[in-house]
Design a protein around this ligand. Structure first.
Ligand SMILES: [Zn+2]
Length: 242
């Protein structure tokens, strides 16, 4: 028998089903990542058409059937309308959502990832730090929350804490000067930035800037790390130029 459930969450993705209906992927506080069928959501007269757009955050009431959820109504807290005015930010936001969707599951506790996605969309909207840095921070943090965090507090080979001067993407972290030969080098500022991202609470993540040198080093390290540990082609990345 079906029943009504209420969840708080964010619309990560939407897809069309036929001419009038939509399927939405929600990241929720209560049920992890779920997908729901929104009947008639493409009709102009639909009461929840606006809620069935990516980046919508709010409360959703769903009818839980045997194998799927059906959207009944939505009460929206935030549409991220500022973000939607800038095409570049939409691309970043879409990528953040796609990555979150890829890493989360139904009935998992995904509350921290939900908070992270929400704060990251807020950071894009605020524009106090560049989107490319927001992306770096987001990627490092979401992978850590997912369970594949970088080891940047000690050497991945000898566990020594001194002279961490390189990064080994395949071994997943920092390398010290006695262990590392031929590794890609990592500056002290980049090391400190990665440590800060991993230690910081989600609320304080988007509060710093870095030099261009550190930013390009971060990009390179994260890109190689993700290529090895995630190895997935994200559709939304096609629009983001490196
Ligand atoms: Zn070492």
């Amino acid at each position: 028998m079906g029943q009504e459930v209420q969840v708080t969450g964010l619309v990560l993705q939407t897809g069309n089903i036929g001419e009038y209906d939509r399927r939405i992927v929600l990241l929720t506080k209560e049920r992890g990542r779920i997908s729901a069928f929104a009947r008639g959501a493409k009709r102009a007269t639909s009461s929840y058409a606006a809620a069935c757009q990516p980046f919508t955050f709010g409360k959703f009431s769903l009818y839980e059937g045997k194998s799927s959820f059906n959207l009944m109504w939505a009460e929206v807290d935030n549409y991220f309308n500022e973000l939607k005015k800038d095409l570049d930010l939409i691309y970043y936001g879409s990528y953040f959502c796609e990555l979150a969707s890829y890493l989360t599951r139904e009935n998992n506790d995904e509350l921290e990832i939900l908070k992270l996605v929400y704060q990251s969309l807020r950071a894009l909207e605020k524009k106090t730090i560049p989107p490319i840095l927001i992306r770096c921070i987001y990627e490092v943090k979401i992978l850590a929350l997912y369970g594949i965090g970088m080891e940047v507090f000690q050497c991945v080979r000898c566990q020594g804490k001194e002279n961490l001067i390189g990064f080994h993407p395949a071994e997943g972290g920092a390398i010290c000067s006695s262990c590392g030969t031929g590794m890609s080098s990592m500056s002290g500022s980049t090391l400190y930035t990665l440590q800060f991202i991993l230690c910081s609470s989600i609320e304080k993540l988007y509060t710093f800037r870095v030099s261009d040198e550190v930013l390009s080093e971060l990009r390179k390290i994260i890109k190689e790390f993700m290529r090895i540990h995630i190895d997935h082609q994200f559709k939304s990345l096609m629009f983001l130029q490196e």
